[in-house]
Write a protein that binds this ligand. Structure first.
Ligand code: ADP
Ligand code: MG
Length: 552
């Protein structure tokens, strides 16, 4: 049969498609390279379906399923070919001429002003992204079905398309994108390769650019943890984040409710923020849908204080749910974030119990972030507080708040803490005398941020946090003794007038003659700041607001 004689049918686009095209063509703010991702995904889908058919039917085919991209510099054509299932004439009309998902119009309304089409592939209209860069697109396709003929679909993306019979020897599809002016970068091999690596590294088929194979990687998150070795996780980690120091540990899990997803989350070995190597705004978690990158460094997928966690999330629920929910308020992202956050806290708390050493190493690097969480995540602050560790008067090794409470005195109604530069100065502090005498433990803190943590928590398991250098810590009243020593007290008051607020007798002192006690906690922090600059437990210069407790 000679194809020249066959008739060419023209059709106009349905209203919905026209709307899609209108927005696609005028979308100034979209990263145009996503059209490559969309066409590669479609080719991979077609290959995946073909692989499935080969498993269930005798097609007699054994050739390797692959994607071939060729870059025609002379004619400025980007073309992509697959040997997948292909399309019949009817399928071409249906698949490339109608909208399959109802959510698409809603989505387009949402992005109309932003012109950002990152998620276009989630709505069954990814193909049309080619018109961002094309003045004409040709789709040559031949279905895998027996005796199917080949068809050519052509469109300029304006009013409609035409279909005619054509020649094509194997089943599969070729999509020829005739590039508009200023889109020459899409015929540059290195550029195309970069795009493929960014979005399509995990496509489970060979991708060739001008006959040269590009590097692809296993999407290990889709495998079972039992199939994987530690080495696989580590290799994947260094590939993804270019971080060649090994991660401390990781979790690989899947969930079905409230959203179905597969995820691997890594807890790095080093806190890079410490070195100023990454900023607090960055996310290291990427969002995939069926192995195709949807959002690199996805924003809001974890609360800010968990930004040190690196990972990949793959959710097939993404397309359906996103089209149903409004995109703007990102409720799906929030749902994922909730799932991940509880999982991370749970894993850390298990780690703390089961692998103390590993947890301690992790804690030394990342305690900052946990503390940030206690101060910022109202809903989970108690859970996060369980992850905190402190040295104490009685424990040189770090203990948890729960351990502190387990070993507290029976009538003890507060969690006492004291801030200072180091263990030695806190142990020798006069404020500790009474606590030593009473055999009461006191948490030691060497970081000013802890003051915020305690202030934010206020209570932990019904116990208040009380700084050991405040009046709240002096639980014994001394009216009797104050009367006895009135003359001494008056003399000191007179002598130190303006320098201190008050003079009182303190029975908590046994060896030291006097100590200064502040009324509120923030003085404790000032002292730590000073102590870091001076040696030992330096005192605040301005004591006019403090009480001098004396040991008569
Ligand atoms: P989606 O991939 O989400 O369905 P697209 O707009 O990307 O939406 O593609 C529309 C449809 O066109 C696909 O569902 C598929 O049926 C068909 N299609 C696109 N590209 C190919 C291809 N390379 N091989 C076979 N069918 C294809
Ligand atoms: Mg698609």
């Amino acid at each position: 049969m000679t194809k020249e004689n066959t008739k060419k049918d023209t059709y106009s686009f349905k209203a919905e498609i026209s709307k899609v095209l209108d927005i696609v063509i005028h979308s100034l703010y979209t990263d145009r390279s996503i059209f490559v991702r969309e066409l590669v995904s479609n080719a991979a889908d077609a290959l995946e379906k073909m692989r499935h058919i080969r498993l269930t039917e005798d097609t007699g085919q054994e050739n390797t399923l692959k994607i071939d991209i060729s870059l025609d510099k002379e004619n400025k054509i980007f073309s992509i070919r697959d040997n997948g299932i292909g399309m019949t004439q009817e399928e071409l009309k249906k698949n490339l001429g109608t909208v399959a998902h109802s959510g698409v119009i809603e989505y387009l309304e949402k992005v109309k002003d932003k012109n950002d089409l990152q998620l276009i592939g989630q709505f069954g209209v990814g193909f049309y992204s080619a018109f961002m860069v094309a003045e004409k697109v040709e789709v040559i396709s031949k279905s895998w079905k027996k005796n199917a003929s080949a068809w050519k679909w052509t469109s300029d993306g304006k009013t409609g398309y035409s279909i005619e019979e054509t020649d094509h020897d194997e089943n599969g599809t070729i999509i020829k994108v005739y590039l508009k002016k200023d889109n020459e970068l899409f015929i540059e091999k290195s550029q195309v390769e970069t795009i493929i690596k960014k979005y399509s590294s995990f496509i489970p088929f060979d991708i060739l650019i001008d006959e040269e194979k590009t590097e692809t990687v296993q999407a290990i998150w889709k495998q079972l943890p039992s199939e994987l070795k530690d080495e696989d996780y580590k290799t994947f980690y260094s590939f993804m984040w270019n971080d060649f120091s090994p991660p401390s540990f990781w979790i690989h899990f899947s969930t079905d409710a409230p959203i179905s997803l597969d995820a691997i989350l890594y807890f790095p070995g080093t806190n890079m923020e410490k070195f100023g190597l990454r900023g607090p705004e960055e996310s290291e978690v990427s969002l995939y849908c069926k192995k195709v990158l949807i959002e690199p460094q996805a924003k809001d997928i974890l609360p800010k204080y968990l930004r040190f966690v690196k990972g990949v999330i793959d959710s097939e629920d993404l397309p359906l749910n996103i089209s149903r929910e409004t995109l703007q308020d990102n409720s799906i992202i929030r749902k994922i974030s909730r799932v991940l956050t509880s999982k991370i806290i749970k894993v850390l708390s298990e780690k703390m119990k089961k692998d103390k050493e590993k947890y301690n190493t992790f804690y030394t690097e990342f305690s900052r972030f946990i503390k940030e969480g206690v101060a910022s995540d109202l809903e989970r602050k108690e859970k996060l507080a369980q992850l905190l560790l402190f040295e104490s008067l009685k424990n040189e090794e770090k203990i948890t708040l729960d351990q502190y409470i387990e070993n507290k005195k029976e009538d003890q109604e507060a969690i006492y803490y004291l801030m200072g530069a180091d263990r030695k100065s806190l142990e020798n502090s006069p404020y500790m005398e009474l606590f030593k005498k009473n055999d009461t433990d006191v948490l030691f803190s060497y970081e000013p941020v802890d003051e915020f943590v305690f202030q934010n928590l206020m209570m932990y398991k019904d116990l208040r946090f009380v700084s050991a250098d405040t009046q709240g810590a002096n639980d014994i009243s001394n009216e009797e003794k104050e009367k006895e020593n009135k003359a001494l007290i008056d003399w000191i008051k007179e002598t130190l007038e303006g320098k201190i607020k008050d003079v009182k007798v303190a029975s908590r002192l046994t060896d030291s003659p006097v100590m200064l006690v502040s009324e509120n906690m923030s003085h404790g922090m000032q002292r730590v700041m000073e102590a870091m600059g001076n040696s030992g437990l330096a005192m605040n210069d301005d004591t006019s607001n403090e009480t001098l407790e004396i040991n008569p």
